[in-house]
Design a protein around this ligand. Structure first.
Ligand SMILES: *Cc1c(COP(=O)(O)O)cnc(C)c1O
Length: 377
């Protein structure tokens, strides 16, 4: 089955009992047992629920892994992955990962005795050097937010394999439509499904897919033990949203490509960061490991005041955090998502005060360009 067909017919189709063409919302917590321990595969909905199970099976198929798991948020998904570690274990983490990833590791898991080292995952030697005898996982993201730095997944996977550690990849920005980290050697993929997978700004959810069944068994044990599972309503919304992932991602990318090109031809923009531009340092690597470049663009308008002005003038870009939905969103990372990072560190990373990030939606691209034009001039 090819990807676009899999998006429609993958996983568990419909409902056997009624012929319903989509999986119904099984709003149920427990299941009747015919005799003690004799049941139809479901005992209690923290352990398993048919709507969530349909979503989990579907996501595992899309990412090309053995098992899928759905959680109440992307952070719940990551926290459950991290809970496979024990006190005294060590993780190597990209130095440019999502802020919430950094926060939960530094402020929650290190309190419980997990050790962490942050490295530039673009530097394979640095990653290799950071691995210690007690390292359990390497956790990375590509492309990153908001600077869209690209990391060689297969390169890191080779290090992880040689050192016998698990490679965990946050695939939120690319989605399985454009990039499949498991095919490139990752052991675990996770998503903030709140973003592109859901795609409509109406659900907060997380997804984990494991490459092999044994890691999947361990993951199910931790998922069931911790219990940060996704409810049936939200599982249904994700299943519904993801059916159109292909058409949405094609539109996001086509629009983003045109906007990035248009921005890069202006002389009042200091830099335009979009992996689809040939000028982007990760462009070639991205062509190798992904099928597309996604819908996120960052560009520097020169100053905090100009950034503020642009944000106040745009009509079709909603000023908001988050990304990946059908509507275009705009933000200034230095003052919003990355405000908690000290100014000096932001400067080191390149998150300048004039940096504007847009999550390009699927509106008519001409309207999106005209809107930016009036806001910039
Ligand atoms: C939003 C996001 C997360 C966190 O997911 P939530 O669903 O908000 O908990 C993790 N990684 C990336 C790249 C994100 O954009």
């Amino acid at each position: 089955m090819r990807l676009k067909t899999k998006l429609i017919h993958g996983g568990i189709e419909g409902d056997e009992h009624t012929g319903a063409v989509v999986t119904p919302i099984y709003q149920v917590s427990t299941y009747r047992q015919e005799a003690i321990g004799k049941h139809k595969g479901y005992e209690y909905s923290r352990t398993g629920n048919p709507t969530r199970h349909a979503l989990e099976t579907y996501m595992a198929e899309l990412e090309g892994g053995a098992r899928g798991f759905a959680f109440g948020s992307g952070m719940a998904a990551l926290s459950t992955i991290l809970s496979m570690c024990s006190q005294g274990d060590h993780v190597v983490v990209g130095d440019d990962v999502y802020g919430g990833t950094y926060r939960v590791i530094t402020r929650v898991f290190t309190r419980l005795g997990l050790e962490a080292t942050y490295v530039n995952t673009g530097d394979l030697q640095a990653v290799e050097a950071a691995v210690r005898p007690n390292t359990r996982m390497i956790i990375m993201e590509t492309p990153t937010n908001p600077l869209l730095k690209v990391t060689d997944i297969a390169g890191i996977a080779a290090i992880a394999k040689a050192k016998n550690v698990l490679l965990v990849v946050d695939n939120t920005f690319m989605t399985p439509y454009w990039q499949n980290p498991i095919d490139l050697g990752a052991d675990i993929v996770f998503h903030s499904a709140t973003k592109y997978l859901g795609g409509h700004s109406d659900v907060v959810a997380g997804i984990v897919v494991t490459k092999d069944a044994q890691v999947g068994e361990d993951m199910h044990f931790v998922q069931n033990s911790i219990g940060a599972v996704l409810g049936p309503q939200d599982s249904f919304l994700l299943l519904r949203g993801a059916k159109t992932l292909g058409v949405r991602m094609e539109e996001h990318e086509a629009n983003a490509g045109q906007i990035a090109k248009w921005l890069s031809e202006r002389n009042d923009i200091e830099r335009v960061i979009y992996p689809g531009l040939e000028s982007h340092p990760g462009h070639e690597l991205m062509k190798k490991q992904a099928r597309g470049f996604g819908g996120m663009i960052s560009f520097d308008v020169g100053s905090a005041s100009r950034a503020e002005e642009v944000l106040s003038k745009v009509k079709y870009y909603t000023l908001a955090e988050s990304l990946g939905a059908v509507e275009s969103l705009i933000s200034v990372p230095a003052r919003m998502t990355h405000a908690s990072i000290p100014a000096e560190r932001r400067a080191e990373l390149g998150i300048t005060d004039g940096l504007v990030r847009i999550s390009v939606g699927i509106e008519d691209v001409q309207d999106l360009i005209e809107d930016l034009e009036q806001a910039l001039s």
